[in-house]
Design a protein around this ligand. Structure first.
Ligand code: TRH
Length: 377
């Protein structure tokens, strides 16, 4: 009998919650032959990355996943064998009752936020609360051995590698988005929250000896881009040139297309959680805009990742990368760190690929979840 999985996704803000659960749901179906229901409370956020979603339907099939609208008024549904509450979302009370009433208790897990901090290893797979005999477990994704790993579909790195070797395929893909960079231009993607530090970075790029083509998917950073350009507003399709810098606004594309965009670029500015991981799988240098948390606790998470990520770099390259990431996340001056990073480019580039391959040696998150379930039953 195929195991039945229920994944609950409450879209708090932005796209990371749905981005992660949608990838996970598909992978469980395709690679592990699971029956997966994905409960999502905001189908409009889902539709942005998967335009096939019909936002009016209570139930629909998408790529083998049984997608359910998670209504505010819960309608009774039988509990599954494995229940995942993504990012600590609260399950409907009636559904929890249904879990407790099952003859065979389900495995109930909280899929946690991604962090490189050391304590994650100790908390991964620990029991959490209990509801009427049903035990909940913490399940932590992570970069360190002993965590749940990262979402990575089978063959992803091979596909990425083949695409990066195929200049014509990249050109074809970019042209499909209306992107025609100048020969030799550096290609950068920019997906970030609002950031006052952007202006200084764009100043440096525009006065650089090498041309840059900056691709900005529609989103929260556009206000800062528009301010720097001195234009009223920006929408998908807009292209503006300032000296060596061409800025082009892209539509928000399907998730698979976004991955390809990252694969095409020399450098990716990403944010949150899912795009951050995908930029690492692109094997190219990256810049992370971490999701801001109260009392600046996100800065500890940033430092923890930097410590791991830069451990094998030379001191000078490490200093350049760390100062760039810290400037970006504190809205500091990006100009000097960017110049420093460029001085260490070959090393930073080789490192990005090496880091990707190293991380690729760990079991992926979907496999780790399935293995946990198998060991649990
Ligand atoms: O949207 P985010 O800022 O999400 C964040 C984080 O997950 C954060 O940890 C969480 O606490 C907060 O939401 C509530 O960034 P993230 O995680 O990169 O998610 C973006 C998703 O959007 C990702 O799956 C990639 C996808 N995407 C597309 O599908 N097409 C696009 O054009 C772009 C730019 C992104």
């Amino acid at each position: 009998m195929k195991a039945r999985w229920d994944i609950f996704c409450s879209v708090v803000d932005n796209y990371g919650d749905i981005g992660v659960t949608w990838r996970l749901a598909r992978q469980l179906v395709v690679e592990h032959a699971c029956d997966v229901r994905l409960w999502v409370d905001d189908l409009r956020a889902f539709e942005r990355m998967c335009p096939d979603i019909d936002v009016h339907l209570a139930q629909q099939w998408q790529e083998g996943v049984d997608v359910r609208h998670w209504p505010s008024e819960w309608v009774a549904a039988p509990a599954a064998d494995v229940v995942i509450a993504a990012f600590a979302c609260q399950l409907p009370p009636d559904y929890m009752e249904a879990m407790a009433e099952r003859q065979r208790t389900p495995l109930w897990m909280n899929l946690d936020y991604l962090s490189a901090e050391e304590w994650v290893v100790g908390c991964h797979r620990l029991p959490s609360v209990k509801f009427k005999g049903v035990q909940k477990y913490f399940f932590f994704p992570g970069f360190r051995p002993g965590t749940g790993g990262l979402l990575r579909e089978a063959g992803l790195l091979e596909q990425r590698h083949a695409f990066q070797q195929d200049v014509a395929a990249q050109q074809h893909f970019l042209q499909g988005l209306g992107v025609f960079p100048l020969a030799g231009a550096r290609l950068i993607s920019l997906f970030a929250y609002e950031n006052a530090g952007l202006a200084r970075w764009l100043d440096v790029l525009s006065t650089d000896g090498r041309a840059t083509h900056l691709l900005v998917p529609e989103g929260r950073i556009l206000g800062d881009v528009a301010r720097w350009l001195g234009v009223e507003g920006l929408a998908a399709g807009a292209v503006h040139q300032r000296q060596a810098l061409t800025v082009q606004v892209l539509p928000f594309v399907r998730q698979e297309q976004y991955d390809r965009l990252l694969w095409c670029c020399d450098f990716n500015a990403v944010r949150g959680e899912d795009s951050f991981v995908r930029a690492q799988w692109a094997g190219r240098p990256l810049l992370w805009h971490i999701y801001r948390q109260d009392e600046d606790i996100h800065l500890d998470k940033l430092d923890a990742f930097l410590e791991l990520y830069t451990a094998a770099l030379s001191p000078a390259a490490r200093a350049a990368l760390v100062s760039l990431w810290q400037a970006w996340n504190t809205e500091g001056d990006m100009a000097q760190p960017w110049k420093m990073l460029m001085e260490h480019w070959p090393e930073v580039l080789a490192h990005a690929e090496r880091w990707c391959l190293e991380q690729g040696l760990q079991a992926d998150l979907a496999t780790a979840l399935v293995q946990f379930y198998e060991s649990w039953i």
